[in-house]
Design a binder for this molecule. Structure first.
Ligand SMILES: [Ca+2]
Length: 270
């Protein structure tokens, strides 16, 4: 979809021009429980040596073929997104060196914050110097026993380097794989999905059942809304206490003035 072009050797998701978006999506939903995905890609262009455009994203989501503001895909997505972000939108962010690889699990109600490079929702990540390099660049995404692992091979050494590793990631089945990008030359060279054979104990079998909404264990209560709610409850409580104190002071002052007035009147009377 979008500006995508199918070439003999690769799929060019987006050309090296401003405000372009492209994507490819699987037509067939994925029902594998444990899998490994190996993606070869190339990001290159005329812009600044290492930073430009927006980036590339790999998806396993409920939605498919919807363009939008998250690397050419829709926001408020449901499922997994792995991002190769080639542009730091949040210029206050100095502790991260870009391009930056990160991942996010969305449940349809959490936004990817483009202006902050998804900082509030990501599951971690790593720096990867992948733009305008001579050698081949690869990403490996593994989902095994609810554990999400991302590795990179981007230094021309033919070895996988750990990028992120998160347990307790729950992804429902029947979602679609896709790759999208925005701005810059983004070429998808290969996209290989492997089923992993994993032994499970009966307890693990039980735990595996009934995943209806994507989630991550350690982020169960940490989506941005909940945090904000927590803060506002505290604020409300504080405002309530202050109001009560002010009210009591006002009542005391009124009583004092009233007594004073009554006494004055009595004095005048006599
Ligand atoms: Ca960015």
């Amino acid at each position: 979809m979008g500006n995508t072009m199918i070439m003999p050797e690769h799929i060019r998701l987006t050309p090296d021009l401003q405000s372009r978006q492209g994507a490819v999506w699987s037509r067939i939903p994925c029902y594998l429980r444990d899998w490994e995905l190996r993606v070869q890609f190339k990001i290159h262009g005329e812009g600044k040596k290492n930073l430009n455009g927006d980036g590339l994203a790999i998806w396993l989501t409920k939605e498919r073929m919807q363009n939008g503001q998250v690397f050419g895909n829709t926001n408020f997505f449901t499922g997994l997104g792995v991002f190769v972000d080639t542009y730091p939108n949040d210029d206050k962010q100095h502790e991260r060196t870009f391009p930056f690889v990160s991942a996010m699990v969305g449940n349809g109600s959490v936004a990817y914050d483009h202006d902050r490079d998804g900082r509030s929702t990501d599951l971690g990540g790593c720096t990867a110097n992948i733009r305008n390099v001579e050698y081949d660049t690869f990403l490996l995404i593994r989902y095994m026993k609810n554990r999400l692992t991302v590795m990179t091979d981007v230094e021309g050494k033919q070895e996988w380097k750990d990028c992120l590793d998160v347990p307790g990631v729950r992804l429902p089945q029947g979602y679609y794989f896709g790759v999208s990008s925005a701005t810059d030359n983004h070429d998808l060279i290969s996209f290989k999905l492997y089923e992993l054979t994993v032994e499970r104990s009966p307890e693990e079998e039980e735990n595996q059942q009934e995943i209806t909404l994507p989630s991550v264990d350690y982020r169960m209560d940490s989506n941005v809304h909940v945090e904000d709610e927590g803060r506002s409850i505290l604020t409300t409580f504080f405002v309530f206490i202050v109001s009560v104190v002010v009210l009591v002071v006002v009542i005391i002052v009124i009583l004092f003035l009233f007594n004073h007035y009554k006494e004055n009147r009595r004095k005048r009377f006599y």
